[in-house]
Design a protein around this ligand. Structure first.
Ligand code: SF4
Length: 360
């Protein structure tokens, strides 16, 4: 294996901790790995996800990159060359580029932006996601937003106190929240963030308050959740892992906040006394506490509260019932509404005092 191939192997392996798509899966290339992701336009794409620098001078307790004894990095030209070869050979379609911070943040951020600029100058017109590093300057964020399709800065956890317990260098308010507000201004509708759920022992109640604030203030297009997994050799090596289902439930809860009109206060009603969700679909739990919904009369916001009905299905119901009211399960099936989940929570008229079990 050439030196370049060895570097690619290490830098793609180190890039696995950043998430750029729910349910992403890793595939091997000849000298590196890439992830497959769901294209918005349908089908599956392949994205190279990697770091520019595989070492770091910061001290985040959940991360192993700062433990690397042999620093590894590529220059912007080397990374652009390697990526363009893979892209032109049709092996990958997109690039997600982040970096450790082995030296001054501004130098590393500048290299990330320069990599993007080289790629664009050399004809790359595909998807590019650049990570914004904590403490980045406004000018670098502006340049990254100009060259990339998407940019992101990781919150990791919910508050200055929580971050202080797991990362001694990063300042939550200054280095992350302030930068995130610049990110939102420079790339409205094109930025994301990520939580490492459980690393700082935050409760779901704390995450919920933080998410409500995110959606009100900076409106990330996606929030990613990774369940904390202890890495041997790190200060959190003995910390219990977060069960995968907790991150999965957070994706569901975040969809409800973002796309379904369900409020943080409603979600708070299903937290337990310690401030945590159980391993249940939060939409199912909320629906179980409410009366069934009249499919012919309910406003869109109430239809969206029915398990199995999403924004598209709610719109389809509203347009179809204008022409022909729903009279039974067959009408729902014709509208593409399937499954027991919806049936348990729908009635066809207000005379249906007993819940109609449509699909049982
Ligand atoms: S800033 Fe923290 S999380 Fe990011 S690479 Fe450095 S040590 Fe890891």
């Amino acid at each position: 294996m050439s030196v370049l191939e060895q570097k690619l192997t290490r830098l793609t392996a180190a890039g696995r901790f950043d998430i750029c798509g729910a349910g992403e899966c890793i595939q091997s290339l000849s000298s590196a790995s890439c992830i497959s992701y769901n294209r918005r336009t349908g089908g599956c794409g392949r994205m190279l996800k990697m770091l520019l620098n595989g070492s770091c001078s910061y001290d985040c307790a959940y991360c192993s990159i700062h433990l690397q004894r042999e620093p590894v990095s590529l220059s912007p030209e080397e990374l652009a060359d390697a990526f363009l070869r893979l892209w032109r050979d049709g092996i990958v379609e997109g690039l997600f580029l982040s970096s450790g911070i082995p030296r001054d943040v501004d130098c590393v951020m500048h290299d990330l932006v320069e990599t993007g600029e080289i790629l664009r100058r050399r004809g790359y017109d595909g998807y590019l996601h650049l990570k914004i590093l904590p403490g980045a300057t406004r000018a670098d964020i502006h340049d990254a937003a100009r060259v990339a399709d998407r940019i992101s800065i990781n919150l990791e956890t919910t508050s200055p106190d929580r971050l202080g317990g797991i990362a001694g260098v990063k300042d939550y308010r200054q280095d992350i929240l302030k930068r995130q507000s610049w990110v939102a201004e420079e790339k409205p509708g094109g930025h994301t963030t990520q939580f490492v759920v459980g690393a700082a022992d935050e409760t779901d109640a704390e995450i919920l308050s933080c998410l409500a604030d995110q959606h009100r203030r900076v409106r990330p297009s996606r929030i990613y959740f990774s369940a904390f997994n202890a890495i041997p050799g790190t200060p959190l090596a003995e910390h219990p892992d977060t069960p995968a289902w907790r991150a999965r439930r957070w994706y569901q809860a975040d969809y409800l906040l973002r796309d379904y009109g369900i409020t943080a206060d409603e979600l708070r009603t299903i937290l337990n006394e310690e401030g945590f969700f159980g391993d249940y679909d939060p939409k199912m739990v909320l629906a179980a506490a409410n009366a069934p919904v009249n499919v012919n009369l309910a406003p869109r916001r109430d239809l969206l509260r029915v398990p199995g009905i999403g924004p598209k299905a709610a719109d389809r119901i509203i347009s179809l019932r204008r022409v022909h009211p729903f009279s039974g399960p067959a009408d729902l099936l014709r509208a593409g509404i399937r499954g027991k989940a919806a049936g348990r929570h729908l009635v066809f008229s207000d005379r249906d005092t007993v819940q109609t079990k449509l699909f049982l």
